[in-house]
Design a protein around this ligand. Sequence first.
Ligand SMILES: [Zn+2]
Length: 149
Amino acid sequence: MIVYNLACDQSHHFEGWFSSADDFDKQIEHDEVSCPVCGSVSVSKKLSAPYVSTKSDQPQKKVPKISPETAVSGMNLQQLHNKFIDYVIRNTVDVGKQFPEEARKIHYGEVEHRSIRGQASPDTIEELRDEGIEVFSLPESTGLPDKTH
Ligand SMILES: [Zn+2]
């Protein structure tokens, strides 16, 4: 027995089982192969695709990805900003302009680990990051303009 993937002129796809390729040709010739959906005898053989069963056969779900940044609810930007600033101020030591120096000392274990804040130019922050030091930059101003919506 052989199996063919068949399609009629209405694009209905179905499988046809035949005892041989000759049998298929003969049946097609005599209009003995008809579409099970619409009964059309205008049936043609499709290239048979190998049966591979993998998870990738599943239709891909088009679910929009929600990035962590947008996964916040119940708080507007201003509140978040204030909370963050508040957290930083309560949990860090202000080292002012010594920031880059202190950050390096902490990173390289020259001083006890602690969280610090201070001033650094964008270039310096970039340098620190290049050295593998985690640096977060906060906006200069203490409050964001009120444009929550
Ligand atoms: Zn059909």
